[in-house]
Design a protein around this ligand. Sequence first.
Ligand code: BTN
Length: 258
Amino acid sequence: MPEDVAVALARAAGRLGPFAHEVRWYSDVPSTNDIAATWAECGAIEGSVVVADTQSAGRGRQGRCWASPVGAGLYVSTVLRPIEQVLPFLTIAAGLGLTEGIQAATGLVAELKWPNDVFMSGRKVAGVLAEATSSPAGTCVVLGFGINVSIAAYPPEVADLATSLEEQHGEPVARGRVLAECLSAFACRYLDLAEGRRGAVLEAWRGRASSMVGRRVRWSEMGGHREGVVDGIDDAGALVVRTGDGPTRITAGELQWL
Ligand code: BTN
């Protein structure tokens, strides 16, 4: 692991909850989620962390690629073995933790878009991808997140949609500090869920997603498209959209912001 990252994690050690007792750092992998999944199958403990300098096949949600330019981002996967009550809110807590960690490390205020995209100045700066496997022993979730830390050349199809912490801050940002603060904030929110404080997580999430309310969205449903105006998220973490047919709950899938 790079020295600056080791120092940042050591400084935050008392605040990392289950995270980073075990960290594996790679220079180049296809996807940190795959490395973490294999490690999980071999018994990785809860909170084990995989980080890479770059990914050759980084994955985003909905089968998209996650551009992972060398050394310009944080490409991180954690192994989690959550209790049942935590599962439906895990990615909400992760997205929230990213915004809180980014703010603690840089002072930058990021916004959330359902389900867990992190935006700044209308462009995406970070995202979360959770992949679960179930066995008689329980559910194991590999929760991956990517954060664009430094200014880099992104593929043309995402160049106008993406931003980085460095671009937003106007000066370089220390990725070790960002990693440590994001893991620390996520650890707090994970504990909130595990200890039954789901309401606090949802309230904080809503506070960071206020710009989403009132926006027109389109989504796919049963082979067609539907449109409506966002009301917010309900207590089960579903997006509530006002349509001509009344309020509709969206629990999965992709939104197009109009
Ligand atoms: C999204 O917003 O579409 C989710 C992006 C998740 C990207 C991260 S980078 C680390 C981990 N490994 C992957 O292949 N994907 C996630």
